[in-house]
Design a binder for this molecule. Structure first.
Ligand code: ATP
Length: 533
């Protein structure tokens, strides 16, 4: 992972936000290569889910035909949206504060181990990444017991790593940055929505929120989309956009950021059909990650147990990936696919529903009135063929553009041994992106910077640049130029040599197999276009 992080910075995939001022935790900027990669991830998703979807044909595994369309909603919405959606009351994590260091941690992310020395047993905690946990706990335990590194063997460990919630005796806990025991507070709720103020007056009534998900923009526009597009159910509305969550402990590179992009679909269907659509979307979305190059043995589908589900839901599954910064056997969520019943549309009609009631009823305040009033608008659907009127059920495949981009980077990163110009074996770093995702599709090199080769190469570059993201390079030995493109993940390098001028042909070199072959210049665009799709 360290090598990948270094490569991302060196080659301009990712930078820490505001780095010259020391950075801002949980915020990341995409550099010149990163922006292309992430745009390609989003474009592939949009094309495969929305733009390229043929509503006249039943896709393999689908219960029938369906329509797809898109939206682009605002980040700041009416505050009532978040009250009815449940985010205002319920969107929180548990945090603990350290009385000694004044630092704050997410309760479920503090892990530790029982350690005994000098007749005292304490629970030493840490928040570092999985592969450094043991070293950190040992270092802190030695310091606490005033032992030297050479005394490490005198530390006795009881049990494996565990989370803080497994510990009953809080007075024996050594907080992640504390010197004393028992400095962590009881866990408290912390709402993850960023607050902002609308207008110049800035009273409590002007408080608004940066959206923590894009989904609600789709629900509140459901009627607008139906009325303006004459679409029929089943149909999905997709949106890609920024979301914001004030994560207590952002970590693991871009995996948990405070500002990130989501790619969400709300799929509306008849309640009797929702089970089948849920299964379809779950399988479809898992397959998409495989088609884009994530290996099957690093992907899992984790179905939530029935006890974890709200009663209105037939299922929720997380698509998870074995990110290299996670402990062996652990996976991180790439996407959640949830069956949400009619919870969201009804909440925006009637007022925030109490998901614990069956059938669901509007949650009341102490005066017996709705705790959060809905819009009062009718968000039901009338089927013009059957005349049936109903509130659609929703299946929600909700993906993160940044997490997907990070997974594609982790999967693509590889090292092999290849001979350099002098035949000496050298380590080659290569990003083996799926060609659809690669930031640069082709690089054009004149073999040498003379004999008319640069002129010919520039002509070819101009021709390719019209069609795809292309890079021109005439500096340094050709082997070095290949290496630079391998590191950027460019699938094809085109070399112009002496024969190119005589025969009007070029050499294509494949990034992964390193095979080289000649094609006529006139066939180059067609050949590359086919290989890139
Ligand atoms: P987690 O449990 O990891 O916090 P979540 O279950 O809260 O995630 P959802 O609310 O289901 O996530 O959001 C849908 C998707 O949005 C996630 O699968 C993930 O890809 C992305 N996402 C959510 N939170 C973040 C974040 N802080 N940084 C980057 N991506 C995120």
């Amino acid at each position: 992972m360290e090598k990948l992080v270094a490569l991302c910075k060196r080659r301009g995939f990712l930078f820490q936000s505001s780095e010259i001022y020391g950075g801002l935790q949980g915020f990341w900027d995409y550099g010149p290569l990163g922006v292309e990669l992430k745009r390609n991830v989003k474009a592939a998703w949009w094309h495969d889910m929305v733009g390229g979807h043929n509503e006249l044909v039943t896709p393999p595994g689908a219960p029938g035909t369906y329509e797809m369309t898109g939206l682009d909603c605002t980040i700041i919405m009416h505050p009532q949206v978040w009250k009815c959606s449940g985010h205002y009351d319920l969107f929180h994590d548990h945090m603990v504060d350290c009385r000694e260091t004044r630092k704050r941690y997410r309760f479920d992310q503090v892990r530790g181990r029982w350690v005994e020395a000098k007749d005292q047993k304490i629970f030493v905690t840490t928040t570092v990444e999985a592969d450094e946990e043991q070293a950190d706990v040992q270092r802190r335990a030695l310091k606490f017991f005033k032992l030297r590194p050479k005394d490490a063997e005198s530390l006795k460990y009881d049990g494996d790593f565990a989370t803080l919630d497994s510990v009953q005796e809080q007075e024996k806990v050594l907080g992640p940055d504390a010197k004393e025991l028992g400095t962590l507070t009881e866990p408290r709720e912390f709402n993850l929505m960023f607050k902002t103020t609308i207008g110049a007056l800035g009273g409590e009534a002007d408080t608004a929120f940066l959206r923590p998900e894009t989904a609600q923009g789709i629900f509140v526009n459901f009627k607008n989309v139906l009325d303006s597009s004459r679409m029929r159910l089943p149909m999905g509305i997709a949106q890609i956009g920024k979301s914001f969550r004030n994560e207590i402990t952002p970590r693991n590179f871009t995996f948990r950021s405070r500002e990130f992009e989501q790619m969400e679909i709300e799929f509306f269907c008849h309640p009797d059909e929702s089970h089948k659509w849920y299964s379809y979307w779950r399988d479809r979305r898992l397959q998409w990650y495989k088609d884009m190059g994530l290996s099957s043995d690093r992907l899992i589908m984790r179905e939530h147990a029935a006890s974890e589900l709200a009663h209105y839901s037939v299922g929720t599954a997380d698509i998870e990936y074995a990110f290299p910064f996670m402990a062996e056997g652990e996976y991180g969520e790439l996407e959640g696919v949830a069956h949400r019943g009619d919870f969201d549309l009804r909440s925006h009609m009637e007022g925030k529903l109490d998901p614990k009631t069956k059938p669901m009823e509007v949650e009341k305040n102490e005066h017996g009135q709705p705790k959060h009033r809905g819009s009062g608008k009718d968000l039901s659907y009338r089927d013009d063929l059957t005349g049936e009127k109903y509130i659609p059920h929703v299946v929600e495949p909700s993906a993160g553009a940044d997490r997907a981009t990070l997974a594609f980077l982790c999967q693509a990163f590889s090292e092999d041994e290849q001979p350099d110009e002098k035949g000496k074996m050298q380590t080659r770093t290569v990003l083996k992106f799926h060609p659809r995702l690669a930031p640069i599709k082709a690089a054009v090199f004149p073999l040498v910077k003379k004999d008319g080769m640069p002129e010919k190469a520039k002509e070819i570059y101009g021709m390719l640049k019209e069609k795809m993201s292309t890079f021109y390079d005439e500096k340094a030995a050709v082997g070095r130029r290949y290496r630079r493109q391998d590191e950027a993940g460019t699938p094809f390098c085109i070399t112009v040599d002496g024969d190119s001028l005589k025969e009007d042909t070029v050499t294509i070199r494949d990034r992964d197999s390193l095979k080289q072959w000649r094609v006529a210049t006139k066939d180059l665009v067609a050949e590359l276009t086919e290989r890139l799709s």
